[in-house]
Design a protein around this ligand. Structure first.
Ligand code: F6P
Length: 553
């Protein structure tokens, strides 16, 4: 099947529907009781990550049917086509080659007569030189002062990847460099990011694959004006503005010289771009070697995804389990719960990766997809979430599969007086394991009663359990681990898109709102109210906004 046929009409899908009728209500308690080895048997290791997927509501037959579905949907063929640089982003007629960004220098990949690996390596070398200059102070601002603040201006994939990577790898960053991220068109973002800063010590990296994104260009112009208000010399732009883009013409028009522009390519999707020059801020923060470690982690997962059989393939298994939870168990959302403070932005990053990729309603052939597509991804780090929304996870009426992420070693070990040096980390991990266990096994009414709970309270104290989760563990959060995690989710998202037969690499759904906002912005700029070209609600809202805008405080 190559996207011409809706997944749900395929015999392998129908077999899963029938299978669900048998296993659908089987409790994880029964599944674990039936197989004492389950907790280790349903696990897989790759690229320094360990995945325990035993707490999913699946048995051998489920997994075999899911693997069969993947084969019937052409997962191996689509995977090979992606790595080979075929135009698998069909609606935009583009190759999808973020994996080439982490290929080793020795590899060759020819696309239309160009070795893209060589191009990638050349840009990485330029990035390394520039990053080192900023890090060691050789790159000076216009007045000769050292750069102390780096502000990345970009949105979507030109923000979320770098912002997430900076936060995730803060432990490894050069602390005398202060990195900030401005994405929102809301002027508050830039105002707060620049408040009190010395423009002579501030470097802006304007990241935009297209260099046509309204938010980024508007913020870049405002940043330029802010800089020049302090530096009072147009020539300063050359020392304080760097661009990352595919669009050399637009960056030149902005006033950024070619040598201050780092390229990327059409075949890097925005949400798949953090390993490209879009990651320049990451490299400045952690240095070229550690950036290389991150690429190596991605590469290790790429290689695993490319070569491991589907039934032992971590990203493929995660993708297939997501399909099972979503399309057969009816879970509309997916929680991502890192028990690692540094990964606080990881769920937000995954929202774009997952939902912009797979929030689609038609197949690659333009036919209705015929089933639910991307789950809604959300999450917060543990243990914070436990004291806010976990109530719903445990006792709510909705099924929310959870991905838990934890590490063997803390980057900031703290021990209580007289206890192990990292005893606080033990508490964190104890909570992580307890949550997954409680979700899976719950607490029966019999167990509740045996604790002497008054009968009226028994229903309130029962946990039905049977709530699926994945557990991802690694030794420590490092650039390598982060790279492996990112590539894991990228390929899991890819797997899901292949099953649904959709194009995971376009994003037409963001266009309509952009066009309408442009028209509306033109109207708001007029002093006179525009003729009614909107529906009555939008018209009234615009009128009210005009009044509010003029009202005295
Ligand atoms: O509007 C969505 C989007 O196109 C994303 O896919 C992309 O990551 C983001 O906008 C930013 O685009 P650019 O890097 O071209 O400014």
């Amino acid at each position: 099947m190559t996207g011409m046929q809706a997944a749900s009409t395929h015999p392998a899908w129908q077999a899963l529907v029938s299978h669900h009728a048998h296993i659908g209500s089987t409790h994880l308690r029964e599944l674990f009781a039936a197989d004492p080895e389950r907790g280790t048997r349903w696990s897989v290791s790759a690229a320094g990550l360990y995945l325990d997927y035993s707490k999913n509501r699946v048995d051998d037959e489920t997994m075999a049917l899911l693997v069969a579905l993947a084969c019937h949907c052409g997962l191996q063929e689509r995977r090979a086509a992606m790595f080979a640089g075929e135009l698998i982003n069909t609606t935009e007629q583009r190759a999808v080659l973020h994996t080439a960004l982490r290929a080793p220098p020795s590899e060759r990949l020819w696309i239309e007569g160009t070795d893209v690996v060589r191009d990638v390596q050349a840009v990485l070398a330029r990035m390394a030189t520039f990053s080192e200059q900023v890090r060691n102070g050789a790159w000076r601002g216009h007045t000769g002062k050292r750069i102390r603040h780096v502000i990345n201006i970009g949105i979507g994939g030109s923000d979320l990847g770098p912002a997430m990577a900076h936060e995730s790898l803060r432990h490894y960053s050069q602390r005398d460099l202060d990195l900030r991220f401005v994405s929102n068109i809301d002027g508050t973002a830039l105002a707060e990011a620049t408040r009190g800063l010395d423009a002579a010590q501030t470097l802006f990296i304007v990241c935009s694959k297209s260099f046509g994104t309204m938010e980024t260009l508007t913020n870049a112009q405002a940043a330029r004006a802010w800089s020049l208000r302090q530096l009072r010399d147009e020539a300063a732009v050359a020392r304080h503005f760097i661009a990352v883009s595919t669009n050399a013409r637009a960056t030149a028009a902005f006033g950024i010289a070619p040598e201050q522009m780092f390229p990327l390519w059409d075949w890097v999707g925005g949400r798949y771009s953090m390993a490209s020059a879009i990651g320049l801020s990451t490299m400045i923060a952690i240095g070229p070697d550690r950036f290389g470690d991150m690429l190596a982690g991605m590469r290790a997962m790429d290689e695993h995804f490319r070569h491991a059989p589907i039934e032992r393939n971590m990203p493929a298994l995660m993708g297939l389990l997501a399909i099972w939870n979503n399309n057969f168990l009816g879970a509309a959302t997916q929680a991502v719960l890192p028990y690692e403070q540094y990964l606080s932005r990881f769920p937000a990053y995954l929202q774009q990766l997952t939902m912009e990729s797979n929030g689609k309603h038609v197949t690659r052939a333009g036919q209705p997809v015929g089933c639910e597509t991307s789950p809604i991804v959300w999450g917060e780090p543990g243990t914070n979430g436990q004291h806010s929304f976990y109530q719903l996870l445990h006792q709510g009426t909705r099924l929310v599969p959870c991905d838990f992420i934890g590490f063997g070693q803390s980057l900031n070990p703290i021990g209580a007086e007289g206890a192990r040096i990292d005893s606080q980390h033990d508490l964190l991990m104890a909570n992580l394991f307890a949550q997954a266990e409680a979700l899976a096994f719950g607490k029966t009414a019999v167990e509740v009663r045996s604790e002497g709970v008054p009968e009226a309270l028994v229903p309130h104290r029962v946990f039905e359990g049977n709530r699926p989760s994945n557990m991802l563990l690694a030794r420590q959060l490092t650039p390598h681990t982060l790279g492996a995690l990112v590539a894991l989710y990228e390929h899991s998202v890819f797997t899901q898109g292949v099953i649904w037969g959709i194009d995971s690499f376009d994003q037409w759904g963001v266009e309509l709102g952009k066009v309408m906002a442009e028209k509306t912005a033109a109207e708001l700029a007029d002093r006179e109210p525009a003729a009614t070209i909107h529906d009555s609600s939008t018209h009234a809202l615009i009128q009210r906004y005009r009044q509010l805008r003029e009202e005295r405080a």
